[in-house]
Design a protein around this ligand. Sequence first.
Ligand SMILES: Cc1cc2nc3c(=O)[nH]c(=O)nc-3n(C[C@H](O)[C@H](O)[C@H](O)COP(=O)(O)OP(=O)(O)OC[C@H]3O[C@@H](n4cnc5c(N)ncnc54)[C@H](O)[C@@H]3O)c2cc1C
Length: 388
Amino acid sequence: MRDFGQITIVGAGPAGLACAIVLARSGARVVVREWKDRVGHRFHDDFQGLENWSAETDVLDELTRAGIASDFDHHPIDRGTVFDPAGRRHDVRGGRPLFYLLRRGSGEGTLDRALLAQALAAGVEVRFGDRVRAFDGAGILAAGPREAGVIAAGHIFDTDMRDGAWLALGHKVAPGGYAYLLVQGGRGTVASCMFTGFRDQARHVESAEGFFRAQAGLEMRNPRAFGGYGAYRWPRSATQGGHPVIGEHAGFQDALAGFGMRHAIRSGVLAAECLLDGGDYTARWQSELGPSLKAGIVNRWMFGLGGEFGMRLACRRLARGDAGDVLRRAYDLTTFRRLMLPLARRRYRKMLADPSCSHTDCDCVWCRHGDHGDHGVEEGKIILGGTT
Ligand SMILES: Cc1cc2nc3c(=O)[nH]c(=O)nc-3n(C[C@H](O)[C@H](O)[C@H](O)COP(=O)(O)OP(=O)(O)OC[C@H]3O[C@@H](n4cnc5c(N)ncnc54)[C@H](O)[C@@H]3O)c2cc1C
């Protein structure tokens, strides 16, 4: 391994911490610099799904191979219920877990706390309350989303409901996206995940919760509001000032549904491996993450084009066979998707900003929780030179 001296990682999200763990285990001197005073500050102990469909390898095996332990609370989910825009119910099932349910935030048992503990045990120094504006030497940028292309808002709550996973499609419950209800062990998360219509966020959350109350028996005790945002785009190189950019900072996120954790961790591991073995990070992420990212961009474009008719078809297809296989095939970069990609990319060339929201006098998550351009590192300094 080349001696880089100290390697700086900006951001202690899943991407930065996964990267730090791999580097430190190989003997590198790693410092993770985190702006906030804790890990997982963007999250609220809400349930998220670590998807298990975009590759043949089970995602937990993928983590093990990278030397990352799955020692966070997690539950395999191999079935669920999907409602189409007409409210029709479709039961879906996978031959293996469709995703692993886990919690995000700063609390015990969350993914974020588990990765932090592994990083510390590997000898990584983590500096909290350290907002990076510039740094010298070798480094990796993992500072999370810098725009809101998708927002999710809803409630976390306690409940006596049975465990389960429910998803609802349709403009009323989630414009351009989907609403979800996840319940496990007496805790629940319900949210509307919107790709547009941010300005009417409160109305969509109300519709989504009303829908699940009627169709899935949603019962909330002690509900706590939460919200967050994410960004997806296709970067040319995912480097800035010669430094690899990983996770959502690079725009790595499934454009169809906003699943970003697996891409975050994979890109973190890839960047670490490239630093260690002198590999070409741009070539590696483009060949290993590129196909499913591209398929996601085409899927998002087609999801918009297909409208409610397309959503009904998609629900039927998911329920017909092994939903995991259907989803896996949906992320294959087939000849058709390759051909459609230029059209889809034209639509998503720039980072998305919701055209329906002026971000003035609105109650959208981006405005309430975002930092309006204050989220990254300072303009003009090496880190915010613009990811290519
Ligand atoms: C409500 C919600 C639900 C979601 N659900 C799912 C899901 O079910 N499945 C899924 O796969 N994905 C989901 N996602 C997306 C997923 O959470 C993200 O893709 C993932 O957390 C990205 O990880 P990251 O490490 O790239 O960035 P982050 O987790 O955002 O971490 C970046 C870190 O960098 C820090 N930072 C920023 N700027 C600086 C600076 N200048 N100096 C120092 N530190 C800095 C931030 O404070 C932050 O801690 C969801 C997102 C939201 C908001």
